[in-house]
Design a protein around this ligand. Structure first.
Ligand SMILES: C[S@@+](CC[C@H](N)C(=O)[O-])C[C@H]1O[C@@H](n2cnc3c(N)ncnc32)[C@H](O)[C@@H]1O
Length: 277
């Protein structure tokens, strides 16, 4: 397990990605709602971190990462680094389902507070996907869940993931993607096609070994918990200055899903055989 006192790369984490603002106050609200509603177990994870196609996509990612690890002669995951961990529900899911120690890296203070208070077994750290501040080669798997669709230029993210992953480690990505070949840029999102992201990771020496495709809404039980939290937030925080931005972002994503623009997908990549190139 990585403790906060462990030596790390220089702290370049005082960078605030613009899209992190959107998740700051709402992550606090999600944690508050989850407590008020008495959510427990998987409903708690779903309520605070309702990702696209969850939890099916998480099972696919965990299976593929473990299979990759076993193929490399290691029958368990020691460390998973979750870049852009938000309120920590997905990090906690991976901790519970894989047995790995999970380091949740997140730039938004409200999201870090939510993750640290709700899921004390996580190691929660300030940082970004471009500059996590973590040591080299500590992760059996680097997870990016719902994050690449918020980042315009992925080069620094892919370089950071490659630095933090062990030589035999994997990168696991779950997100919303364009349902067409063309990238969709809309508001703060960049929805790439699975093909274009596959080509992009290849330029950093990674080979995609597993792809899963699903429909964006979470599975029914996760959707129920997420909807209860959303309703609670609408009742209790509609006067907050951050509420309209949060609400508009939700409407924006719903519109793209209803138009058929988006799919949920997950990718697992390992170093290509020629690495280091
Ligand atoms: C859609 S949420 C997903 C959170 C979590 N990974 C999940 O799946 O529930 C996106 C998260 O990425 C964070 N984020 C935005 N830009 C980031 C960046 N450049 N580096 C790391 N995290 C970022 C946001 O603060 C937010 O917590």
């Amino acid at each position: 397990m990585l403790h906060d006192a462990a030596p790390t790369a220089p702290d370049t984490a005082d960078v605030h990605p613009p899209s992190a603002e959107l998740f700051d106050e709402p992550s606090r609200w999600r944690a508050e709602a989850a407590r008020a509603l008495g959510l427990r177990g998987e409903a708690l994870l779903a309520g605070v971190s309702p990702g696209a196609s969850c939890p099916s996509v998480l099972h696919s990612l965990a299976r593929a990462i473990l299979a990759h690890s076993i193929a490399n002669g290691r029958d368990r995951l020691d460390v998973v680094v979750d870049l852009g961990a938000g309120a920590g529900g997905i990090s906690e899911w991976f901790r519970r389902h894989t047995g790995a120690a999970v380091v949740a890296v997140e730039p938004a203070p409200g999201a870090r507070e939510a993750a640290a208070s709700l899921f004390p077994a996580l190691t929660v750290r300030k940082g970004t996907a471009e500059a996590s501040g973590l040591p080299d080669a500590i992760a059996d798997a680097v997870l990016l869940s719902g994050v690449v669709s918020l980042i315009d230029d992925l080069d620094a993210v892919l370089a950071e993931a490659a630095r933090v992953a062990r030589p035999d480690g994997a990168i696991a990505i779950g997100d919303l993607f364009s349902s067409r070949r063309a990238t969709i840029r809309s508001s703060r999102n960049v929805f790439r096609s699975v093909e274009s992201l596959t080509e992009h990771v290849a330029t950093f020496g990674w080979e995609v070994v597993e792809v899963g495709i699903g429909s964006p809404p979470p599975d029914a039980s996760w959707a129920l918990a997420a909807a209860a939290v959303d309703r609670w937030i609408r009742r209790h925080h509609c006067d907050h200055p951050a509420f309209d931005v949060w609400s508009a972002d939700q409407a924006h994503l719903t519109r793209h899903v209803e138009q058929g623009d988006l799919i949920a997908a997950c990718l697992v990549a390992r170093r290509s055989s020629g690495w280091p190139g």
